[in-house]
Design a protein around this ligand. Structure first.
Ligand code: WT7
Length: 654
């Protein structure tokens, strides 16, 4: 292992052979400070996982009533801490206040326009209790589903925790989704209530969230009430009998609403994510196992100490926000920064400004953001003192070595380890990542598994791959944070994750393991593309396009994108319209309306036919090459109509 500090060595990093060990100082202060300590913990955890997790659960969660069995595994259905009673909001709030830590800051919140609030654990507990009481008064009961569609204001975690307090199941819908997408999710979950706000701030403009919710509610018959937080004062119209202002609701409630003891396997939340079919999957997580896994992985990976200020820049609408803004850090009693808006408002230095002002010591962000910062230029970084940082994290997609190096040198000043965390909505928490004081980093590798996690890489014939051979990444043993199913669809759960490879959880990612036992993620196996760290299914985008009256057929593929990782290219055949720029814009608008801004294609290409196999399957691999501007070297022997390919290439600028 060598130290990284010369240009020559950086060049070597591009070949992904360089290793960046933590400094002796970092390791000496870390909870897990050596490779041996990691290995000992890992070995113990997999020698007897139930014993290991039993010990973890007993010392890290509050149990109103003890569980009688650590794990009940009836493949593929897991129950952790069976019979135990706990409450996630108690573990996140009451536990700290009772331990005399109520004055600790939970959130330093900053709105995009610059408004600020500091919220202690004691205040957060009061806010959550009041809102839990309000939910109860609205008739929300344990097991009821509650949709949440809000900007990144403190009331978003408050709403989530209030649901958790009474056992209502929240379904947070990212604020960038369209009315159609909200209605789909409301209907799939049969949500009884939706919580929103009149609007939120993004790049200096107001997003009128309530207006979008009104449209969605016209198609969401199960929703009886809509709670509206006043954030932007845009005079949102309120529907009598259905809509109620947040402030009116809580003004009647007391702040004393005790946490209800709930079953460890009661559902905590549903979070919708894309799979390889058109219909989003409602990934279901439960109380005890998820809470424990989010808390412990937060502590292991971020090596959190009392004096740290943690900032995860994700939105609570994604799993990263659930696990590493709300449930993990709050269970661990962490102090965090929470920011509402865009990274380039009012200037491209907003993140660095925030880090400097709040003395953020741990930053957790996404490769797509890092690539944007690189493009915006170093001068934005140079204006600020980032010496408070001691640890950096990356999430959502693989980080390319150039971006890794820039993050390491420019943001981390060459002194901060980078935890490249690989995980999924389904896994509940981080599955692989360096433990920063123990495992040396290699740019682009998520390195080693968490305690209790046993990865396995297989060829498609189910034999194990050799060193540095790519294959399907699977997980061998159940773990507490794993999804418990897909909402309302056990069969799809079984098929998507437990059928192709017997007796293992199929992640849907390809991976290889190198000679040091480090894991490298090599992209998806299925028809899912990763745009800015968010999963989108190609079929979802295609269904949206085909729902337009002029479209006969459509194929969506990912193409390389400098900032977003992958962009979206779509190939469209029209019914009886001539291709035009106006039609191109109309189709983009249509996808925005059907799914949301994040799914809008970067490129729309019109074609008279799509390349297909003899059995009629669209040959996406060919389209991917065309979208990337590559000559296809792929086998075209099953292509139905060779002329289609030539046509697509010559149509390039049509
Ligand atoms: C998919 C999961 C992880 C929470 C946010 C996204 C890709 C995620 C990494 C990484 C390479 C990564 C995978 C995974 N992915 N992190 N560190 N290196 N790829 O959650 O929307 O459920 O997406 O994101 O393909 O399967 P998600």
């Amino acid at each position: 292992m060598t130290s990284p500090n010369t240009a020559k060595q950086i060049a070597n990093v591009m070949n992904e052979t360089r290793v960046f060990p933590p400094s002796a100082e970092f390791s000496s202060r870390a909870a897990i400070g050596s490779t041996d300590a990691y290995q000992a913990l890992y070995d113990e955890s997999i020698a007897d996982p139930e014993k290991f997790w039993d010990g973890q659960a007993k010392s890290h969660l509050h149990w109103f009533e003890p569980y009688t069995q650590c794990l009940e595994w009836s493949e593929p259905f897991a129950k952790w801490f069976v019979g135990g009673k706990t409450n996630v909001s108690y573990n996140c709030l009451d536990a700290h206040v009772r331990a005399g830590r109520g004055d600790r800051v939970a959130f330093f919140w900053e709105g995009e326009p610059g408004d600020k609030r500091t919220i202690t654990y004691a205040q957060l507990l009061e806010d959550v209790s009041r809102f839990a009481a309000a939910l109860d008064r609205l008739g929300i009961r344990k097991g009821d589903r509650v949709s949440i569609y809000m900007p990144m204001v403190p009331e978003l975690p408050v709403a989530m925790l209030a649901c958790a307090r009474i056992g209502a199941i929240h379904s947070v819908i990212f604020g960038g989704f369209s009315a159609e997408a909200i209605a789909d999710r409301n209907n799939d979950a049969q949500a009884k209530l939706i919580i929103t706000s009149d609007g939120g701030w993004r790049r200096g403009k107001v997003l009128h969230l309530k207006q979008t919710v009104d449209e969605a509610l016209a198609k969401s018959p199960s929703v009886q009430h809509c709670v509206v937080l006043q954030r932007v004062n845009n005079n949102s119209p309120m529907t009598d009998g259905r809509d109620v202002w947040w402030h009116d609701l809580v003004s009647k409630e007391s702040s004393n609403f005790p946490a209800v003891p709930l079953d460890s396997e009661d559902s905590l939340f549903i979070l919708y994510t894309s799979g390889s079919t058109g219909k989003p999957k409602g990934i279901r997580h439960t109380m005890g196992g998820y809470n424990l896994y989010a808390k412990r992985t937060f502590q292991w990976v971020f090596d959190y100490r009392d004096e740290d200020i943690f900032w995860c820049t994700a939105d609570c609408g994604w799993i990263t926000g659930h696990s590493y803004i709300v449930y993990g850090p709050l269970s661990a009693g962490a102090t965090q920064v929470l920011y509402e808006g865009a990274p380039n408002w009012p200037e491209e230095d907003r993140f660095w400004d925030i880090i400097e002002r709040y003395k953020v010591s741990i930053l957790y962000t996404a490769p797509t953001a890092i690539r944007a910062f690189i493009k915006w230029g170093d001068h934005h970084v140079d204006k600020h003192d980032l010496s408070s940082l001691r640890l950096l994290g990356s999430v959502g997609e693989g980080i390319n070595p150039e971006a890794w190096m820039w993050y390491y040198e420019k943001i981390g000043g060459g002194r901060c380890p980078i935890v490249d965390t690989w995980w999924q909505t389904e896994t509940g928490g981080i599955m692989m990542s360096p433990l920063p004081g123990a495992i040396a980093c290699k740019p682009g590798s998520c390195t080693r598994p968490m305690p209790g996690i046993v990865p396995r890489i297989l060829h498609s014939d189910l034999t194990d791959v050799g060193t540095n051979e790519g294959g399907m990444l699977c997980i061998e043993k159940p773990w507490p944070g794993m999804l418990r199913g897909i909402w309302g669809d056990d069969q799809r759960y079984q098929e998507a994750y437990w059928s192709k490879v017997p007796h293992m959880y199929l992640t849907g990612d390809n991976s290889r393991r190198d000679e040091d036992g480090y894991y490298w993620i090599m992209g998806r196996i299925d028809d899912v593309i990763n745009v800015s760290g968010h999963r989108l299914s190609t079929i979802e985008i295609e269904s949206a396009l085909v729902s337009h009256p002029s479209v006969a057929e459509a194929a969506a593929v990912g193409r390389p994108d400098e900032i977003k990782g992958q962009g979206i290219a779509v190939f469209v055949t029209l019914k009886n319209h001539e291709p035009s720029d106006a039609m191109r814009d109309e189709l983009k608008k249509h996808v925005r309306k059907e799914i949301g801004a994040l799914a809008v294609p970067d490129e729309v290409r019109f074609t008279t036919a799509l390349p297909k196999t003899r059995s009629g399957k669209i040959m996406r691999r060919l389209l991917r090459d065309i979208a990337a501007g590559k000559e296809s070297a792929q086998d075209t022997s099953t292509l139905e109509d060779f002329s289609v390919l030539a046509k697509l290439r010559s149509d390039e600028e049509s």
